[in-house]
Design a protein around this ligand. Structure first.
Ligand SMILES: Cc1cc2nc3c(=O)[nH]c(=O)nc-3n(C[C@H](O)[C@H](O)[C@H](O)COP(=O)(O)O)c2cc1C
Length: 172
């Protein structure tokens, strides 16, 4: 077992899936945010944090950061929108990730599985998008997946994060 802990917060399961894949690839322990108390966090020399992306915010990141005495080894966020270098940097900046290695990954969405409030929020976004004169590729895609579930989760996209952590671990 590696000296790495993967902490995650996932509302609908996509970040949970990425955290599980990461745990397998790195032979690291994986724990949900709510169970990651100070005592557990202190046992590992490297802590990776992953959270679902909600209205631009990485779910749970602030809470875990407050419990950790040192920086995360890496942070990842799982969202629905198309990923570009620009969107990655936007999420990094909006969440105060700073110089820590950061990765934006794609999850998915099933409109039928959403809570009442989340469906309302997404409904508001849909209404706004339908009235827009020009849509970005990501916005067009979002309108397209409305009627059915979309799952963009791809284990291969974790490769750079796995490589980074393996490199750091072996040079310890
Ligand atoms: C209310 C709401 C807000 C969302 N905001 C964003 C967002 O700002 N950017 C994005 O890429 N995806 C957004 N999403 C999509 C989620 O990030 C996506 O479903 C992700 O896979 C969720 O991961 P989780 O199930 O691990 O929490 C939003 C979804 C909901 C329901």
């Amino acid at each position: 077992m590696q000296d790495i802990l993967v902490v995650f917060d996932s509302k609908y399961g996509w970040t949970r899936q990425y955290a599980a894949w990461l745990g397998e690839d790195l032979r690291a322990d994986v724990v949900e945010r709510t169970a990651a108390n100070r005592e557990i966090l202190e046992k590992y020399s490297k802590v990776v944090y992953g959270g679902g992306l909600y209205l631009g915010r990485i779910r749970g990141l602030r809470q875990v950061r407050a419990r950790l005495a040192r920086p995360f080894a890496a942070v990842f966020a799982v969202g629905l929108a198309l990923i570009t270098q620009e969107s990655t940097e936007q999420v990094r900046a909006a969440n105060g990730v700073g110089y820590i290695p950061f990765f934006l990954l794609r999850g998915g969405m099933d409109m039928n599985a959403l809570t009442w409030l989340d469906r309302r929020l997404m409904g508001g976004l849909r209404h706004m998008l339908r009235r827009k004169a020009t849509l970005t590729e990501s916005e067009r895609e979002l309108l397209g997946i409305w009627e059915h579930a979309a799952d963009f989760a791809d284990k291969a996209t974790l490769a750079p994060l796995v490589a980074l952590l393996e490199e750091r671990t072996s040079s310890k």
